[in-house]
Every structure is written in C-alpha cells, then in structure tokens.
Design a protein around this ligand. Sequence first.
Ligand SMILES: *Cc1c(COP(=O)(O)O)cnc(C)c1O
Length: 344
Amino acid sequence: MKSTFDIMSLVRENVKALSPYRSARDEFQGEAAISLDANENPFDHQTLNRYPDPYQGKLKKKISALKDVEESYIFLGNGSDEAIDLLIRAFCEPRKDSILIFTPTYGMYQISADINAVETVEVPLKSDFQIDLEKALEVNAKLSFICSPNNPTGNDMDTDKVEFILRESKGLVIVDEAYIDFSKRESWTKRLEEFPNLIVLQTFSKAYGMAAIRLGMAFANAEIIDILNKIKPPYNVNGLTQNFALEALDDEETVRQDIYMILRERAAMEDTLKEIQAVKKIYPSEANFLLVEIDRARELYRHLAGKGIVVRDRSKQVRDALRITIGTPEENKILLEAIKKFFA
Ligand SMILES: *Cc1c(COP(=O)(O)O)cnc(C)c1O
C-alpha cells in the first residue's frame, strides 16, 4: 500500500485555497418541512420545482451497491467527460503542468487540456497497441490518462503495464473504463485501496444505453473525490437524470441481455468481415466496436455516409482504419451488405 502518496501536493494552489459555493441544500441537513431558502417556485406541478441533491446521495447509494465501491469513493458527473475536465482543472496549472496520453486514444483528454491551457504529451502506443513503458517513464505529468479498453483500438491495456505506471508515476493515473462492461477483465475499481493515485472513470453512456441522460462516474479515494466536489458546478447532475437513473438501474437484466447481444453481433460481424478480401485486419476488441483495416478506407467511409450509414473514419490515427460500432442485427446486416457491394 502506497499510503505515503501526497494527493494535496498535486492540487492546484488556487483550488487548495478554495472554499466551495455553498448551495442552499448544503447548509441544511435533513428533510425540511418548509423550504424558503432557494428562491424556487413553491408550486409543485411535476416534482421538478426544487433544486436536485447536489451530491446525489440516493443515486450514489445505488451505484455503490452496483459497483461495490464505497459512497465516499464515488463522484458523479454530467457524463464522464465532466470528470475529465474537472480532473484537469483541479490538478493542472495552466501553461505549467501537463497531461500524458497514449495515442491513438479518446479525443476528449486533449480537448479538455487544450481548453484549460494545459499541455498534452503524447506517447504513441506500440504496434500491438500496448503502452510503451520506457517512453512513458520519461514523461513527468500531473495526470496520465489510460483508456482501457481503448477507444478507438478496442484492446485492454496489459494489467502489469498499468500497474507499473501506477507504481512509478509521481502524478495521478486515470484509467478510463467507458467500455469495461464489454470486457472480460476485472475493473480497476477493485484496486483503489492499493493505489491512492488511481482514478477510474466509467459511464452510463455505452453498455447501459443512457447516453442521453449524461451520467458518468469517477471512482477514487475520498480525498480525490472531495477535491472534485469542491470545484464542480453545484447541481452538475440534474434531477431528471438522477431520478431516471435510480429507476433504470433496478433493471440489470436488460443491460446484461444487451451486452450479450452486442458481443454476439460483434463476433458475427467479425466473421463476415473476414470473408471480405478488402479487409486487411480486424483488431482484437474488448469493446462494442471493431477497428478494421480496409482498402480505400476513406473512400468507403464517404460512400457509406452517402448512403446514410455513418461509421468513424480513424484512418488519420491508424492506417486505413474505420471504427465500426456494433449496431442492431438489422443495422449490421445493412452495413455489411453495403461494404460488400462497394468492393464488388
Ligand atoms: C464515450 C466515452 C466517454 C464519454 O462518456 P460520457 O459519460 O458520455 O461523457 C469517455 N471515455 C471514453 C473512452 C469514451 O469512449
């Protein structure tokens, strides 16, 4: 256990000194009989007239049981994209500190860093899309973002390599598990006690099928969670989202079935793609998409788009690569037929 890790020494000076906005609902604990503190409309037409719980207590309780993580170790955000932005804002001094990313990877790390005038250092993944440890160790970054399973390559990062970075890094290590529900491996949330510098991101936008409600999670030791709470907008997760998620999370069976279907469809799509001559390589995937190296990738991408079938052109990141999200059986069939026809 690395209990000597000093989180506070990593926090930005102005954030350290900050006292957070105290919302009306922060100051009073318990059930108020009469709430005349927040300038709300008192007439309750659709149970939406009151500000929502700023710390999402009920929802955290449910997520705590679902994910087997203590409530004080959970931060909820307006998508996990909000957690990415808040982490950079909490820990990185603009024009001074940097973040480390392993490319090709999810675009928002760099975008958030750019918005916050924080430098991004890129270490390219090796040809097997695993982390280049030697090069990673040369970088001294406040935050290292490891996406696993990685978007857009689809693979999980080797556990021993992630562990090595967690042990050697002087900064915080964020493991973005947006696609963990499709992967066979265990979540890094199981190892939060072991690594006080570990932050795990997950989301309800992918396997859980709730991208529209914007709800993401960050899991980390309570000290880090407290810092995020200090700088977040007071009501960052709105009441509709909290209520909707509370109900939806009772139905674990639907998510399980969806994941099962998507994984079955992924295997079927892989089989069909393999039969197409123009397909040069299908990268191994632990996610709900396939990265495919294919002849005339960019041209094919445009052709498909013209037919109303939108995939992701990743040929600038990986040679001749398209990233194809697994759709419904009908959608997948139409896509595959269109690809076959293009090359016929
Ligand atoms: C989709 C995605 C997210 C974004 O999740 P939201 O919760 O919808 O903001 C985060 N990380 C990765 C790698 C993703 O692919």
